[in-house]
Design a protein. Structure first.
Length: 302
């Protein structure tokens, strides 16, 4: 029987899961509401595994392993997650607890790190270095070297959103001021452009076209902060490819073109920045590409 691997992305509202085979080819998929809290997260994971088993016509014991991407601080070696506040999880031994319930081997990965692995695989970026920037509710990054994630000490690599460099010095929930996340994230858009509602990225372009000056300012700050994030990762890691993903990428060409133009302007002024060619290294995750779930499925092997 072909080996089948489950990949899961557990978010604050929905849990997405897929099956891949040993060659990384996609199979069945499911999308379920996430129940919150330690027990809710475990139940959501069990429900996703059951749904995939039903779709594939096998028992859950036929799956080789389960990889799970979750927000928060993740210790991949121990399979533990801490401070996943949007899941209402303070501390959870997710791998051990889910293994006890299912008998399956379980690996746990930070969700953005998993997305970085999935992007490198699905976008066929090959060997070398890939930096994945997640422009979503928050701002963070994942780095992959030759297909292997860079997790850092205590699994904390990639928290670029909490680099406090923005001169406006806005208060960040992390306790610092001026974090990049306070300008380049969905939460920043909601805070400083409240007229955008619950999902401001979805309506931002239309509001700008209608002459909303506050929307225009929020967009300009988003572009500036996202470009600063690319530049920060670029000059510290110098990855072969910089992939932009996350919900805000759905703003589309205006955002990506704005980021690239900002980088090009800096490169024209600085031969030093020009040498990095960051404006030429940007790629965008295609709509509908399940980078987080596929990356999670691959995580037991990375």
């Amino acid at each position: 029987m072909t080996e089948l691997y489950v990949g899961m992305d557990i978010g604050g509202t929905k849990t997405a899961a897929v099956v891949i085979d040993a060659d990384g080819n996609l199979g069945a998929s499911t999308l379920l509401p996430t129940a919150l809290g330690n027990e809710g997260v475990l139940q959501s994971a069990e429900a996703a595994i059951a749904a995939l088993a039903e779709q594939t016509g096998c028992s859950r014991n036929d799956f080789t392993s389960v990889g799970i991407g979750v927000p928060g601080q993740v210790n991949s070696e121990l399979g533990e997650v801490r401070y996943a506040y949007n899941l209402r999880v303070e501390s959870l031994s997710l791998a051990n607890e889910l293994h006890a319930r299912t008998g399956l081997d379980v690996a746990v990965e930070n969700d953005v790190t998993a997305a970085a692995v999935g992007a490198a695989h699905l976008m066929q970026l090959g060997h070398g270095s890939v930096a994945y920037i997640n422009l979503g509710t928050g701002l963070s990054a994942g780095i992959v070297l030759d297909g292997h994630p860079v997790r850092g000490a205590n699994g904390l690599a990639g928290e670029v959103g909490h680099l406090a460099v923005d001169p406006r010095g806005r208060q960040c929930p992390c306790g610092q001021r001026g974090c990049l996340e306070t300008v380049a994230s969905g939460s920043a858009l909601k805070t400083y452009w409240p007229a955008g509602g619950e999902h401001p990225g979805w309506v931002l372009a239309d509001a700008i076209a209608a002459g909303d000056t506050e929307a225009k300012l929020a967009f300009e700050l988003l572009v500036e902060g996202a470009a600063a994030t690319v530049r920060t990762i670029g000059v510290t890691v110098s990855p072969d490819t910089i992939v932009i993903g996350g919900g805000l990428r759905k703003i589309g060409a205006p955002l990506i073109d704005g980021i690239r133009a900002n980088l090009e302007a800096g490169e024209r002024k600085s031969p030093f920045l020009q040498s990095f060619m960051l404006s030429q290294r940007i790629r965008v995750v295609p709509e509908g590409m399940p980078v987080a779930t596929v990356g999670a499925a691959l995580s037991p092997r990375t």
